[in-house]
Ligand binder design. Structure first.
Ligand code: FAD
Ligand code: SF4
Length: 339
Protein backbone atom coordinates (compact mmCIF):
# COMPACT_ATOMS: atom_id res chain seq x y z
CA UNK A 1 0.00 0.00 0.00
CA UNK A 2 1.28 3.48 -0.88
CA UNK A 3 2.28 5.53 2.23
CA UNK A 4 -0.22 8.21 3.22
CA UNK A 5 -0.72 10.78 5.95
CA UNK A 6 -3.77 10.81 8.22
CA UNK A 7 -5.76 13.29 10.25
CA UNK A 8 -9.05 13.17 12.11
CA UNK A 9 -11.44 16.05 11.42
CA UNK A 10 -13.69 17.24 14.24
CA UNK A 11 -16.22 19.33 12.30
CA UNK A 12 -17.67 19.25 8.76
CA UNK A 13 -16.09 22.65 7.98
CA UNK A 14 -12.68 21.50 9.18
CA UNK A 15 -12.94 18.35 7.06
CA UNK A 16 -13.70 20.42 3.95
CA UNK A 17 -10.79 22.84 4.53
CA UNK A 18 -8.42 19.97 5.33
CA UNK A 19 -9.35 18.39 1.99
CA UNK A 20 -8.68 21.64 0.12
CA UNK A 21 -5.26 21.98 1.80
CA UNK A 22 -3.88 18.58 0.76
CA UNK A 23 -3.18 17.06 -2.67
CA UNK A 24 -4.71 13.59 -3.26
CA UNK A 25 -6.85 13.85 -0.12
CA UNK A 26 -9.70 11.36 0.49
CA UNK A 27 -12.38 11.30 3.13
CA UNK A 28 -12.47 8.11 5.22
CA UNK A 29 -15.63 7.06 7.07
CA UNK A 30 -16.12 3.39 8.10
CA UNK A 31 -13.33 2.35 5.73
CA UNK A 32 -15.12 -0.84 4.67
CA UNK A 33 -14.87 0.04 0.98
CA UNK A 34 -12.02 2.55 0.76
CA UNK A 35 -9.49 0.52 2.75
CA UNK A 36 -10.23 -2.59 0.66
CA UNK A 37 -9.59 -0.59 -2.52
CA UNK A 38 -6.36 0.83 -1.04
CA UNK A 39 -5.14 -2.70 -0.29
CA UNK A 40 -5.83 -3.66 -3.92
CA UNK A 41 -4.02 -0.55 -5.18
CA UNK A 42 -7.16 0.74 -6.91
CA UNK A 43 -7.24 3.83 -4.69
CA UNK A 44 -4.01 5.46 -3.55
CA UNK A 45 -4.73 8.50 -1.34
CA UNK A 46 -1.86 10.76 -0.30
CA UNK A 47 -3.81 11.99 2.72
CA UNK A 48 -6.74 10.46 4.59
CA UNK A 49 -9.20 12.67 6.48
CA UNK A 50 -11.24 10.65 8.97
CA UNK A 51 -14.78 12.05 8.76
CA UNK A 52 -16.42 9.54 11.08
CA UNK A 53 -16.49 11.89 14.10
CA UNK A 54 -17.92 15.14 12.77
CA UNK A 55 -21.01 15.15 14.97
CA UNK A 56 -23.12 14.14 11.97
CA UNK A 57 -24.34 11.08 13.81
CA UNK A 58 -27.97 11.83 14.60
CA UNK A 59 -31.34 11.00 13.05
CA UNK A 60 -33.71 13.92 13.63
CA UNK A 61 -37.11 15.13 12.52
CA UNK A 62 -36.57 17.51 9.58
CA UNK A 63 -37.96 21.07 9.94
CA UNK A 64 -40.83 20.54 7.43
CA UNK A 65 -41.49 16.93 8.52
CA UNK A 66 -39.59 13.87 7.41
CA UNK A 67 -36.17 12.80 8.61
CA UNK A 68 -32.68 14.32 8.55
CA UNK A 69 -29.94 11.71 8.78
CA UNK A 70 -26.30 12.58 9.49
CA UNK A 71 -23.65 11.20 7.13
CA UNK A 72 -21.88 9.47 10.03
CA UNK A 73 -24.90 7.44 11.17
CA UNK A 74 -23.93 3.78 10.95
CA UNK A 75 -26.00 1.53 8.68
CA UNK A 76 -27.02 -0.70 11.63
CA UNK A 77 -28.17 2.27 13.70
CA UNK A 78 -30.15 3.74 10.82
CA UNK A 79 -31.89 0.42 10.10
CA UNK A 80 -32.79 0.03 13.79
CA UNK A 81 -33.99 3.60 14.34
CA UNK A 82 -37.69 3.58 15.37
CA UNK A 83 -38.62 6.37 12.92
CA UNK A 84 -36.97 4.51 10.03
CA UNK A 85 -38.55 1.18 10.96
CA UNK A 86 -41.95 2.78 11.38
CA UNK A 87 -42.14 5.36 8.60
CA UNK A 88 -39.50 4.26 6.07
CA UNK A 89 -39.62 0.43 6.03
CA UNK A 90 -38.11 0.23 2.53
CA UNK A 91 -35.01 2.00 3.83
CA UNK A 92 -34.71 -0.27 6.87
CA UNK A 93 -35.19 -3.38 4.68
CA UNK A 94 -32.64 -2.16 2.11
CA UNK A 95 -30.03 -1.48 4.78
CA UNK A 96 -30.57 -4.89 6.37
CA UNK A 97 -30.30 -6.57 2.96
CA UNK A 98 -26.79 -5.14 2.51
CA UNK A 99 -23.47 -6.65 3.58
CA UNK A 100 -23.19 -8.35 7.01
CA UNK A 101 -23.93 -7.30 10.58
CA UNK A 102 -20.26 -6.49 11.27
CA UNK A 103 -19.94 -4.41 8.11
CA UNK A 104 -23.17 -2.54 8.80
CA UNK A 105 -21.87 -1.66 12.26
CA UNK A 106 -18.96 0.23 10.63
CA UNK A 107 -20.48 1.44 7.37
CA UNK A 108 -21.91 4.96 7.32
CA UNK A 109 -24.68 6.60 5.29
CA UNK A 110 -22.17 8.85 3.50
CA UNK A 111 -19.80 5.97 2.76
CA UNK A 112 -22.58 3.65 1.62
CA UNK A 113 -23.78 6.24 -0.88
CA UNK A 114 -20.25 6.70 -2.20
CA UNK A 115 -19.09 3.09 -2.28
CA UNK A 116 -17.60 2.17 -5.64
CA UNK A 117 -18.71 -0.39 -8.19
CA UNK A 118 -18.04 -4.08 -7.60
CA UNK A 119 -17.06 -4.63 -11.25
CA UNK A 120 -14.24 -7.20 -10.93
CA UNK A 121 -12.22 -5.54 -13.72
CA UNK A 122 -12.31 -2.24 -11.82
CA UNK A 123 -10.68 -4.06 -8.90
CA UNK A 124 -8.07 -5.82 -11.10
CA UNK A 125 -5.12 -3.56 -11.88
CA UNK A 126 -4.06 -5.81 -14.78
CA UNK A 127 -7.34 -5.25 -16.67
CA UNK A 128 -8.13 -2.13 -18.75
CA UNK A 129 -10.90 -0.12 -17.09
CA UNK A 130 -12.17 3.31 -18.11
CA UNK A 131 -13.49 3.98 -14.63
CA UNK A 132 -10.13 3.33 -12.99
CA UNK A 133 -7.98 4.70 -15.81
CA UNK A 134 -9.92 6.87 -18.29
CA UNK A 135 -9.26 5.97 -21.94
CA UNK A 136 -7.81 2.51 -21.18
CA UNK A 137 -10.89 0.57 -22.36
CA UNK A 138 -13.63 -1.51 -20.77
CA UNK A 139 -12.72 -5.14 -20.05
CA UNK A 140 -16.23 -5.99 -18.93
CA UNK A 141 -17.99 -5.13 -22.19
CA UNK A 142 -16.41 -8.06 -23.99
CA UNK A 143 -15.78 -10.06 -20.80
CA UNK A 144 -18.00 -11.54 -18.10
CA UNK A 145 -21.18 -9.48 -18.17
CA UNK A 146 -23.45 -11.50 -15.88
CA UNK A 147 -23.47 -8.90 -13.08
CA UNK A 148 -23.35 -5.83 -15.32
CA UNK A 149 -25.91 -3.19 -16.30
CA UNK A 150 -28.92 -3.69 -18.56
CA UNK A 151 -30.12 -0.06 -18.46
CA UNK A 152 -28.32 3.21 -19.21
CA UNK A 153 -24.90 1.73 -19.93
CA UNK A 154 -22.49 3.11 -22.52
CA UNK A 155 -19.76 1.73 -24.74
CA UNK A 156 -17.32 3.09 -22.14
CA UNK A 157 -18.69 1.36 -19.02
CA UNK A 158 -21.33 -1.24 -18.17
CA UNK A 159 -20.82 -1.34 -14.39
CA UNK A 160 -23.64 -1.20 -11.83
CA UNK A 161 -23.91 0.76 -8.62
CA UNK A 162 -23.87 -1.66 -5.67
CA UNK A 163 -25.67 0.13 -2.83
CA UNK A 164 -29.00 -1.23 -1.56
CA UNK A 165 -29.62 1.83 0.63
CA UNK A 166 -29.37 4.22 -2.32
CA UNK A 167 -32.22 2.42 -4.13
CA UNK A 168 -34.59 3.04 -1.22
CA UNK A 169 -33.44 6.68 -0.97
CA UNK A 170 -34.29 7.18 -4.65
CA UNK A 171 -37.82 5.78 -4.16
CA UNK A 172 -38.40 7.99 -1.11
CA UNK A 173 -37.41 11.17 -3.00
CA UNK A 174 -34.61 11.73 -0.50
CA UNK A 175 -32.13 14.58 -0.92
CA UNK A 176 -28.39 14.66 -0.31
CA UNK A 177 -27.01 17.71 1.50
CA UNK A 178 -23.46 18.55 0.49
CA UNK A 179 -20.91 20.87 2.07
CA UNK A 180 -18.05 22.06 -0.12
CA UNK A 181 -15.48 24.83 -0.44
CA UNK A 182 -18.17 27.03 -1.99
CA UNK A 183 -20.84 26.32 0.63
CA UNK A 184 -23.81 23.97 0.83
CA UNK A 185 -26.10 22.59 -1.86
CA UNK A 186 -28.75 19.91 -2.11
CA UNK A 187 -29.11 17.23 -4.79
CA UNK A 188 -32.01 14.74 -5.21
CA UNK A 189 -30.79 11.25 -4.27
CA UNK A 190 -32.19 9.92 -7.58
CA UNK A 191 -29.89 12.34 -9.47
CA UNK A 192 -26.82 11.99 -7.23
CA UNK A 193 -25.29 9.04 -9.10
CA UNK A 194 -24.54 9.40 -12.82
CA UNK A 195 -24.95 7.28 -15.91
CA UNK A 196 -21.49 6.44 -17.31
CA UNK A 197 -21.69 8.19 -20.70
CA UNK A 198 -18.17 8.96 -21.87
CA UNK A 199 -16.92 9.88 -18.37
CA UNK A 200 -17.45 6.69 -16.33
CA UNK A 201 -14.66 7.68 -13.94
CA UNK A 202 -17.22 10.05 -12.34
CA UNK A 203 -19.67 7.97 -10.30
CA UNK A 204 -21.66 10.92 -8.94
CA UNK A 205 -22.30 14.64 -9.35
CA UNK A 206 -20.15 15.32 -6.25
CA UNK A 207 -17.67 18.15 -6.88
CA UNK A 208 -14.03 17.83 -5.74
CA UNK A 209 -13.74 18.33 -1.98
CA UNK A 210 -17.48 18.14 -1.26
CA UNK A 211 -18.56 16.28 1.84
CA UNK A 212 -21.85 14.45 2.18
CA UNK A 213 -23.25 16.01 5.36
CA UNK A 214 -26.86 14.80 5.63
CA UNK A 215 -29.60 12.88 3.86
CA UNK A 216 -33.14 14.23 4.14
CA UNK A 217 -36.25 12.16 3.57
CA UNK A 218 -39.62 13.87 3.07
CA UNK A 219 -42.59 12.62 5.07
CA UNK A 220 -44.05 9.64 3.18
CA UNK A 221 -47.43 10.25 1.44
CA UNK A 222 -50.46 9.61 3.68
CA UNK A 223 -51.38 5.94 3.81
CA UNK A 224 -48.34 4.84 1.79
CA UNK A 225 -46.88 1.35 2.11
CA UNK A 226 -43.29 0.69 1.12
CA UNK A 227 -40.80 -2.15 0.82
CA UNK A 228 -37.54 -3.41 -0.67
CA UNK A 229 -36.90 -6.78 -2.34
CA UNK A 230 -33.50 -8.06 -3.43
CA UNK A 231 -32.60 -11.05 -5.62
CA UNK A 232 -29.06 -12.35 -5.11
CA UNK A 233 -27.02 -15.50 -5.52
CA UNK A 234 -27.29 -16.54 -1.86
CA UNK A 235 -29.43 -15.59 1.09
CA UNK A 236 -27.03 -13.13 2.69
CA UNK A 237 -23.76 -11.34 2.23
CA UNK A 238 -24.13 -10.90 -1.52
CA UNK A 239 -24.68 -7.91 -3.77
CA UNK A 240 -27.96 -7.70 -5.69
CA UNK A 241 -28.52 -9.20 -9.12
CA UNK A 242 -31.70 -7.13 -9.25
CA UNK A 243 -33.59 -5.27 -6.55
CA UNK A 244 -36.50 -2.89 -6.23
CA UNK A 245 -37.79 -0.34 -3.72
CA UNK A 246 -41.35 0.91 -3.95
CA UNK A 247 -43.63 3.39 -2.17
CA UNK A 248 -47.30 2.89 -3.01
CA UNK A 249 -50.44 4.72 -1.81
CA UNK A 250 -53.92 3.72 -2.93
CA UNK A 251 -57.27 5.50 -2.82
CA UNK A 252 -60.14 3.73 -1.09
CA UNK A 253 -61.40 2.38 -4.44
CA UNK A 254 -58.03 0.75 -5.15
CA UNK A 255 -56.73 3.40 -7.57
CA UNK A 256 -53.03 4.19 -7.31
CA UNK A 257 -52.66 7.71 -5.84
CA UNK A 258 -48.86 7.69 -5.42
CA UNK A 259 -46.27 5.33 -6.87
CA UNK A 260 -42.50 5.53 -6.63
CA UNK A 261 -40.38 2.66 -7.91
CA UNK A 262 -36.60 2.33 -8.14
CA UNK A 263 -34.45 -0.57 -9.32
CA UNK A 264 -31.02 -1.57 -8.03
CA UNK A 265 -28.21 -3.51 -9.75
CA UNK A 266 -29.56 -2.77 -13.23
CA UNK A 267 -27.62 0.42 -13.99
CA UNK A 268 -24.70 2.65 -13.09
CA UNK A 269 -27.05 4.35 -10.64
CA UNK A 270 -30.24 3.48 -8.75
CA UNK A 271 -32.81 3.50 -11.56
CA UNK A 272 -35.91 5.55 -10.77
CA UNK A 273 -38.67 3.97 -12.86
CA UNK A 274 -40.52 7.10 -14.01
CA UNK A 275 -42.16 5.37 -17.00
CA UNK A 276 -43.62 2.67 -14.74
CA UNK A 277 -44.84 5.29 -12.29
CA UNK A 278 -46.71 7.14 -15.05
CA UNK A 279 -48.51 3.91 -15.96
CA UNK A 280 -49.35 3.20 -12.31
CA UNK A 281 -50.74 6.52 -11.07
CA UNK A 282 -54.49 6.82 -11.61
CA UNK A 283 -54.82 3.14 -12.59
CA UNK A 284 -56.42 0.33 -10.62
CA UNK A 285 -53.83 -1.47 -8.48
CA UNK A 286 -53.85 -5.09 -9.67
CA UNK A 287 -51.43 -7.66 -11.04
CA UNK A 288 -52.08 -6.67 -14.68
CA UNK A 289 -51.36 -3.00 -14.00
CA UNK A 290 -48.15 -3.83 -12.13
CA UNK A 291 -46.90 -6.12 -14.91
CA UNK A 292 -47.78 -3.55 -17.59
CA UNK A 293 -46.04 -0.74 -15.71
CA UNK A 294 -42.86 -2.71 -15.05
CA UNK A 295 -42.75 -3.99 -18.64
CA UNK A 296 -43.06 -0.41 -19.92
CA UNK A 297 -40.02 0.55 -17.84
CA UNK A 298 -37.93 -2.48 -18.73
CA UNK A 299 -38.63 -2.09 -22.46
CA UNK A 300 -35.60 0.23 -22.42
CA UNK A 301 -33.31 -2.61 -21.26
CA UNK A 302 -30.35 -3.52 -23.48
CA UNK A 303 -28.92 -6.72 -22.02
CA UNK A 304 -25.32 -7.71 -22.66
CA UNK A 305 -24.08 -11.19 -23.63
CA UNK A 306 -24.60 -12.93 -20.25
CA UNK A 307 -27.21 -10.90 -18.40
CA UNK A 308 -30.52 -11.06 -20.28
CA UNK A 309 -31.85 -12.99 -17.24
CA UNK A 310 -31.76 -9.75 -15.23
CA UNK A 311 -34.77 -8.35 -17.10
CA UNK A 312 -37.31 -11.06 -16.12
CA UNK A 313 -35.65 -11.27 -12.69
CA UNK A 314 -36.16 -7.53 -12.08
CA UNK A 315 -39.69 -7.81 -13.46
CA UNK A 316 -40.51 -10.59 -11.00
CA UNK A 317 -38.95 -8.73 -8.06
CA UNK A 318 -40.83 -5.48 -8.79
CA UNK A 319 -44.22 -7.02 -9.64
CA UNK A 320 -44.11 -9.19 -6.52
CA UNK A 321 -43.15 -6.20 -4.38
CA UNK A 322 -45.94 -4.00 -5.76
CA UNK A 323 -48.47 -6.82 -5.39
CA UNK A 324 -47.50 -7.33 -1.74
CA UNK A 325 -47.76 -3.61 -1.04
CA UNK A 326 -51.24 -3.45 -2.59
CA UNK A 327 -52.57 -6.33 -0.47
CA UNK A 328 -54.52 -5.34 2.64
CA UNK A 329 -52.28 -5.60 5.75
CA UNK A 330 -52.71 -8.97 7.45
CA UNK A 331 -53.86 -9.05 11.08
CA UNK A 332 -50.86 -9.82 13.31
CA UNK A 333 -52.24 -13.25 14.29
CA UNK A 334 -52.35 -14.37 10.63
CA UNK A 335 -48.88 -13.24 9.74
CA UNK A 336 -46.29 -15.97 9.19
CA UNK A 337 -43.64 -16.18 11.93
CA UNK A 338 -40.88 -13.62 11.40
CA UNK A 339 -42.93 -11.43 9.04
C1 FAD B 1 -17.97 -8.24 1.80
C2 FAD B 1 -18.81 -7.03 1.58
C3 FAD B 1 -20.15 -7.18 1.21
C4 FAD B 1 -20.94 -6.06 1.00
N1 FAD B 1 -22.25 -6.22 0.63
C5 FAD B 1 -23.02 -5.11 0.38
C6 FAD B 1 -24.36 -5.22 -0.05
O1 FAD B 1 -24.89 -6.32 -0.22
N2 FAD B 1 -25.06 -4.08 -0.26
C7 FAD B 1 -24.52 -2.84 -0.07
O2 FAD B 1 -25.21 -1.84 -0.27
N3 FAD B 1 -23.25 -2.71 0.31
C8 FAD B 1 -22.49 -3.80 0.55
N4 FAD B 1 -21.20 -3.66 0.93
C9 FAD B 1 -20.60 -2.35 0.89
C10 FAD B 1 -20.69 -1.61 2.19
O3 FAD B 1 -22.04 -1.29 2.43
C11 FAD B 1 -19.85 -0.36 1.99
O4 FAD B 1 -18.50 -0.76 2.03
C12 FAD B 1 -20.09 0.69 3.06
O5 FAD B 1 -21.42 1.11 3.08
C13 FAD B 1 -19.20 1.90 2.84
O6 FAD B 1 -19.34 2.76 3.96
P1 FAD B 1 -18.06 3.24 4.77
O7 FAD B 1 -18.56 4.22 5.79
O8 FAD B 1 -17.26 2.10 5.28
O9 FAD B 1 -17.29 4.01 3.61
P2 FAD B 1 -15.73 4.19 3.34
O10 FAD B 1 -15.12 2.92 2.89
O11 FAD B 1 -15.07 4.90 4.49
O12 FAD B 1 -15.80 5.24 2.14
C14 FAD B 1 -16.35 4.88 0.89
C15 FAD B 1 -16.19 6.09 -0.05
O13 FAD B 1 -16.99 7.17 0.40
C16 FAD B 1 -16.21 8.34 0.60
N5 FAD B 1 -16.86 9.01 1.75
C17 FAD B 1 -17.18 8.42 2.93
N6 FAD B 1 -17.89 9.29 3.69
C18 FAD B 1 -18.01 10.43 2.95
C19 FAD B 1 -18.67 11.68 3.19
N7 FAD B 1 -19.36 11.93 4.31
N8 FAD B 1 -18.60 12.63 2.22
C20 FAD B 1 -17.90 12.40 1.07
N9 FAD B 1 -17.26 11.24 0.80
C21 FAD B 1 -17.33 10.25 1.74
C22 FAD B 1 -14.81 7.86 0.82
O14 FAD B 1 -13.85 8.84 0.46
C23 FAD B 1 -14.76 6.65 -0.09
O15 FAD B 1 -14.49 7.05 -1.41
C24 FAD B 1 -20.38 -4.77 1.17
C25 FAD B 1 -19.04 -4.61 1.54
C26 FAD B 1 -18.27 -5.73 1.75
C27 FAD B 1 -16.83 -5.53 2.14
S1 SF4 C 1 -17.66 -1.86 -16.70
FE1 SF4 C 1 -16.86 0.12 -16.04
S2 SF4 C 1 -15.83 -0.43 -14.13
FE2 SF4 C 1 -16.05 -2.34 -15.28
S3 SF4 C 1 -14.22 -2.57 -16.59
FE3 SF4 C 1 -15.72 -1.48 -17.80
S4 SF4 C 1 -15.18 0.65 -17.43
FE4 SF4 C 1 -14.28 -0.50 -15.77
Amino acid sequence: MKPFTFERATSPEQAVSAFAAQPHAYFLAGGTNLVDLMKLGVEAPGHLIDVSRLGLDTVETAPGGGLRVGANVRNSDLAAHPAVRGDYPALAQALLAGASGQLRNLATTGGNLLQRTRCPYFQDLSAPCNKREPGSGCSAREGATRDMAVLGHSEHCVATHPSDMAVALAAYDAEVELLGPEGTRTVPAAAFHRLPGDTPERDTVLRPGELVAHLTLPAPPAGARAGYRKARDRASYAFALASAAAVLALDEDGTVRHAALAFGALAHRPWRARTAEEVLVGTRADADTFARAVDAELAAAEPLADNAFKVPLARGVAVRLLTTLAEPPQPAANRPAGA
